[in-house]
Design a protein around this ligand. Structure first.
Ligand SMILES: [Fe+2]
Ligand SMILES: [Fe+2]
Length: 204
């Protein structure tokens, strides 16, 4: 085990409720903004799950854990991903911040003892989505974007909310379309984002 993950394991109290425990871990590492954001994403994901016939509690858990890797300092991200043999794509090596989705999946598994592959997969693709996403993948992806504190949020939020009246696929597609149309603002275009876009076109 990587010494930093071992340190996190010691800090973490597994006896508590997962959502409370995730919040507490983020606060221990002074990630207040991420802790507040995660609470909002968990609530939004739960709501979306209830609307789209999915399990609200599972959605709440992935919402609470999706950015938990913020407790890993940026300079340790590549090293930890390599230590656990996480596949690192060229875009992730060039911009390791985007690795945080896979590292949150790692912490969910290693520290929070989540074994359910569907939960781990949703956490691990929450930023970029992926081809053939599960409903839970899309719920978390959308909840994260709705609760994302971006200055130009209003430019896509209205469109996403409108598309949500049709389907999760339509809302996810609307956001990715907006991202790709504004790709000059992105540090990298992650291949999973493009794959998700191509895949979702069949539902539009
Ligand atoms: Fe994130
Ligand atoms: Fe997030």
């Amino acid at each position: 085990m990587h010494p930093y993950i071992n340190e996190l394991r010691k800090t973490h109290d597994l006896s508590e409720d997962i959502c409370q425990s995730a919040f507490k871990l983020l606060m221990t590492y002074e990630k207040n903004t991420t802790a507040q954001h995660s609470i909002k994403v968990a609530a939004e994901a739960k709501l979306l799950a209830q609307t789209f016939g999915e399990n609200g509690q599972r959605a709440e858990i992935v919402g609470a854990l999706h950015d938990i890797s913020d407790v890993i300092p940026p300079e340790k991200r590549l090293e930890i991903a390599e230590c656990y043999r996480i596949e690192i794509l060229p875009e992730e090596r060039c911009f390791p911040l985007i690795l945080h989705q896979k590292l949150s999946g790692l912490i969910a598994q290693q520290i929070f003892k989540i074994e359910d592959e569907e939960l781990l997969a949703a956490i691990s693709c929450h930023t970029t989505l992926r081809a053939n996403p599960s409903k839970l993948d899309m719920i978390l992806f959308i909840a994260d974007k709705i609760k994302w504190d971006q200055k130009d949020r209003s430019s896509y939020i209205r469109e996403m909310n409108k598309e949500l009246e049709k389907s999760l696929e339509a809302a996810a597609y609307a956001f990715i379309k907006h991202q790709l149309e504004n790709s000059a603002k992105l540090m990298v275009v992650h291949p999973w984002l493009v794959e998700a876009y191509d895949y979702l076109q069949q539902f539009i």
